[in-house]
Design a protein around this ligand. Structure first.
Ligand SMILES: [Fe+2]
Length: 466
């Protein structure tokens, strides 16, 4: 994080004598990034953080990519996922490249050890579930729809509440305890040594303070809190991910033994419902949804918001070719009626160079709406993403063809539309435009089923905006 904070106790001046109640010195640790010229935090441990033993490699964490020479639209359905492993071993990487990895995790059991990602930052999006992340920087209570940003090197353990104890509204439709005992979360992880942070354009260059045009600010972030210190002796395992391998290290003492820290490098939570969407008279481009970024990728939040308010605005996005990016969307909640087959827990991947846009019937259907209620998380990468076997196991093979069909229901018969490659086009003359407006006003166009497989009810709820 860009701004300074502190928790616990520490000496008045850094790098000076600071003693435990028994007279021994606390162990100072400078937790620095970018060769000690980036964000840094200074921690004070009860025990020297170097006192470890028993290091060994457990297993490889390297993703196995497939179809690395195939570019196509992809749709994955993660809703049928079964609970497996814990919050670390249960992670299934779906997409990745040399910059980032995207995984889904639906743990079957609690963690019995602490964990440290020694090769990248993590941003967890907690789709379902609540609980506590115990970290060396303090305690982070989390709830549904939190982003939990855990910078590289943070030692932590996730302790979920049982989903059975959550209100029914916080559980997926058709939920069973066996399929999802604790929750489900998305993992966005850097693997290019960069750090996940708020977009630089939203913070002051001089002070790191969030600026007035930012869609969130310091008050929306939830920082580590007490309890901070666990003073226990024993044998404590810390699993360390590094060099694409999981290692096991043993500590003689509880690894969360910090009594105080200060600096600009620490984990935090941010709930997606606290993102204040930026809206406009005409369609606003995806960067307005940006929430975090790291080198070569961004994380965006598509939140419920007012739709474009120009009287003749087209409220779903134009067809677009995001030529330098692969776009992965994870659908969190809302109604995805305008994207055929999309459901809560779906992923779509639209790779660079393939234009995409509204599904058939959705442009006209969006005209009558002034708000969207869908919620989704997007990761845009600047280098191609590759799928894994896990991704192929969830693949909806029909998705790439889902844009085929009648895009402007009713128009071909009544507005003398020109047929172009299976789609239809409205006349561009003023007369044709007037005809279209009249059709809209008498309901002939918006929401009218026209043999394209969309019912009127489906069209009315079609307000997806990505
Ligand atoms: Fe897109």
């Amino acid at each position: 994080m860009p701004y300074y904070t502190k928790l616990g106790t520490m000496p008045k001046k850094r790098h000076t004598e600071f003693r435990r109640p028994d007279g021994a010195l606390y162990s100072e640790e400078v937790f620095g990034t970018e060769g000690f010229v980036g964000p840094t935090t200074t921690l004070y441990h009860i025990h020297p953080p170097t006192q470890v033993y028993g290091w060994k490699k457990l297993y490889s964490t390297a993703p196995k990519y497939v179809e690395t020479d195939v570019m196509r639209m992809r749709h994955l359905k993660s809703a049928p996922l079964k609970a497996e492993g814990d919050s670390i071993t249960g992670r299934k990487i779906l997409f990745g490249n040399a910059d980032c990895e995207l995984a889904i995790c639906q743990p079957a059991e609690q963690m019995t050890y602490h964990y440290k990602n020694g090769q990248g930052d993590e941003c967890l999006f907690m789709h379902f579930g609540s609980g506590t992340v115990y970290t060396m920087f303090g305690t982070l209570p989390f709830r549904q729809k939190d982003y939990i940003v855990l910078p590289k090197g943070t030692i932590y353990r996730i302790d979920f509440n049982k989903l059975a104890d959550a209100p029914e509204s916080e559980r997926p439709v058709g939920w069973t305890e066996a399929s999802m005992p604790f929750g489900k979360f998305l993992v966005i992880e850097t693997c290019n040594a960069s750090h996940i942070a708020p977009p630089p354009r939203y913070v002051s260059k001089a002070t790191g303070q969030f600026l007035e045009h930012a869609p969130y600010c310091e008050r929306d972030l939830r920082l580590p809190e007490l309890p901070l210190t666990f003073d226990e002796l024993g044998d404590f395992e810390v699993r360390v991910k590094a060099l694409n391998s999981m290692h096991s290290y043993m500590f003689h003492y509880h690894p969360l033994d910090v009594v105080g820290w200060d600096g600009c490098y620490y984990p935090y939570c941010f709930n997606i419902d606290d993102f204040s969407p930026i809206t406009g008279a005409l369609h606003m481009p995806p960067p307005i949804h940006q929430t975090f970024e790291a080198h070569n990728f961004v994380v965006c939040s598509f939140c419920p918001r007012m739709l474009d308010y120009h009287p003749r605005a087209i409220k779903v996005p134009y067809n677009h070719s995001n030529l330098d990016s692969d776009e992965v969307l994870y659908y969190v909640e809302g109604n995805f009626g305008s994207r055929r087959g999309i459901e809560v827990g779906s992923f779509t991947c639209h790779p660079q160079g393939i234009p995409h846009g509204p599904h058939p019937g959705t442009i006209e259907a969006s005209m009558a709406h002034d708000r969207t209620f869908e919620l989704a998380v997007m990761v845009d990468t600047f280098r191609p993403l590759f799928p894994t076997e896990h991704a192929l196991g969830m693949d909806d093979a029909d998705y790439p063809a889902s844009w085929q069909g009648e895009h402007f229901p009713g128009a071909s018969k009544t507005a003398k539309a020109a047929q172009l490659n299976g789609a239809s086009r409205f006349p561009v003359s003023p007369a044709g435009n007037a005809e279209l407006l009249e059709m809209r006003s008498n309901g002939q166009v918006s929401g009218s089923p026209a043999g394209n497989g969309h019912s009127d009810a489906e069209a009315k709820k079609a307000t997806n905006v990505w």
